[in-house]
Write a protein that binds this ligand. Structure first.
Ligand SMILES: Nc1ncnc2c1ncn2[C@@H]1O[C@H](COP(=O)(O)OP(=O)(O)OP(=O)(O)O)[C@@H](O)[C@H]1O
Ligand SMILES: [Mg+2]
Length: 201
């Protein structure tokens, strides 16, 4: 993997103003990469802002496959450490003992982690282990996220894995004209600390 001068997505998150379209574009690009892995029965296992790199044009590249693993079925018993707890889905917290035999859908864990990435980029909130991100998103009415993007984020951050979107569904939602047509056409619309706002010139 090349070294990306643009750094990782934490840089994007820290920018005082970033266009919500740029965020949606990055989530789409990462979902394409994650879909390729999932199609090959490989889970990434550590999707987070620090593991998504930006090139000179703000294209997002998913990297750091240190926790990636092949999984033979839809659900698997988790062995060994996996991922970063601030990006863990709620079901991961229910089962932290070493001798646990509970089976997880690790594909859905990847989707949840991508949902957290999207949430932190849009909200600029610091991720917190065990947070109810869906409740935070639903409560964040001031962010004024376009309806289809909000719905996509809700489906990624759904706490019940069976109800959570698959990565294919995420890809479909983030490439849908319905989602893109809701974005403001003018570059003056930005996500700032007070959400999407229109600047006047
Ligand atoms: N190819 C790359 N291009 C640009 N920056 C990179 C690249 N690979 C790693 N980095 C940066 O180097 C730093 C260290 O990465 P590293 O993967 O070791 O740690 P991390 O992602 O913070 O934690 P973890 O060990 O959980 O993955 C991060 O800030 C990461 O963004
Ligand atoms: Mg890393």
């Amino acid at each position: 993997m090349p070294y990306y001068e643009g750094g990782d997505m934490v840089n994007m998150w820290r920018r005082p103003e970033v266009n919500i379209c740029a965020i949606a574009g990055c989530i789409l690009q990462v979902s394409l990469a994650v879909n390729c892995l999932h199609q090959e029965s490989v889970i990434h296992g550590d999707i987070k802002c620090r593991n998504i790199f930006l090139d000179d044009h703000d294209n997002a590249h998913l990297g750091d496959l240190g926790y990636a693993r092949f999984v033979s079925g839809q659900k698997t018993v988790l062995t060994g450490p996996l991922g970063t707890s601030t990006y863990w889905s709620p079901e991961r917290f229910d089962c932290e003992s070493d001798d646990s035999v509970e089976e997880f859908d690790l594909f859905k864990c990847d989707v949840y982690a991508l949902g957290v990435v999207c949430w932190v980029l849009v909200s600029k909130e610091v991720p917190v282990a065990g947070a109810n991100y869906l409740a935070w998103l639903k409560g964040a009415t001031h962010l004024n996220i376009p309806a289809h993007m909000r719905l996509a984020m809700e489906l990624m951050l759904e706490p019940i894995p069976e109800k959570r979107a698959t990565i294919q569904e995420v890809m479909t939602m983030f490439s849908s004209p319905k989602l893109w047509n809701e974005f403001p056409k003018r570059p003056e619309f930005v996500v700032s600390d007070v959400g999407v706002s229109e600047t006047t010139s």
